[in-house]
Design a protein around this ligand. Sequence first.
Ligand code: CP
Ligand code: NVA
Length: 303
Amino acid sequence: MKKDLLKLLDLKAEDILHILDTADKLKAEHKAKKAHDFPPGRTLAMIFEKSSTRTRVSFEVGITQLGGHGIFLSSADSQLGRGESIADTARVLDRYCDCIMIRTYEQAQVEELAKYSAIPVINALTDFEHPCQVLADLMTIREHKGRLAGLKACWIGDGNNVANSMIAGCLKCGMDVAIACPAGYEPDEQVLNFAENFGNFTLTNDPKTAAKGADVIFTDVWSSMGQEGEAEKRKKAFAGYQVNARIMELAAPGCMIQHCLPAHKGEEITEEIFEMHAQEIFDEAENRLHAQKAIMYILMKKV
Ligand code: CP
Ligand code: NVA
C-alpha cells in the first residue's frame, strides 16, 4: 500500500482485497467484543468542507474503537475557511496527529494535502472519487454473495464521484461493470480510459441494457453536493434513470442494491425497491465503519 488512500484508481487489486480482508477481521473482532491489535492513543484529524452523517460518525467511532481519538475540523470553524493553505495545514496537522481524513471538492486538494503531509491522508469524498464508500460496498457484496470476481455490477444514474470509484473498484476485483447514464453525465474521462482498456466494461444510455443479468445494482442521487443549483435541470435529464420494479425484473435473481445514502426516494430509486433492499443498504452503511477502520489500521500500522 502507498502512504495514502486518495483514489481507487491508484490501488492494486491486492491492496483492495487486503483492505477487505482486514475489514472482515476487524468486524468479526468487534462483534465478538475482542480488542483490536492496534497501538493506543492515535489521533485522526477529520477535515470536512461538505456535509456528512455516515462518514463523520463512522470515522469518529472507528478511531475510538481502535483506541484513538478523532478531531472534527469543519472548514467554517478552522483557519482553512479563512484561506490558510492546504500545504500549511498539512504541515501543522502532521506535527500533532497520526492520520488526516478529508472531505472536500477538488481531488487536487486531497493530493496536495497528501504531498505536504508526512502522515497518511484518506479521501473521504471529493468530486472525483469516494473510495471509502466503494470499499464498504465491495465488503457488503462479498458478505452477501460470497465472492466478487465474475459478478455483474450495474450503475444507473449520474456518472459521479461514487460511480468513478465503483468502476475502478469493481473492475479491479474482477467484476463485470455496466454503466447507464444520460449523455453528458458520463463518469470522468480518466476513469473511462482506465475502464475501456481494462475490459469487462460497458457504457450505455439505456438502463435496461445495463441492468440485464446484474447481480448488484448501484445508484446515487441525481445532484451531488455542490450541484444544488442544477437540481431542476438534472431531474429532467435523469427522468428515465430510476431503479424501480421494471429494472429489477431484468436483473439476475437475488440481485442486490447498493446506495451510498442519503437517498432521494421517488427520484433515483422508488421507495418500494429501497425498502425491499433495506437490509443490504444499511449493511452497506454499517460497513463504512469496518472498512474505514481497516484503512486506518493498515495505513497507521503500515501492514
Ligand atoms: N455515503 C456517505 O458518504 O454519507 P455521508 O455524506 O452522510 O457521509
Ligand atoms: N454523490 C454524492 C454522494 C454523497 C455521499 C455527493 O457527492 O453528494
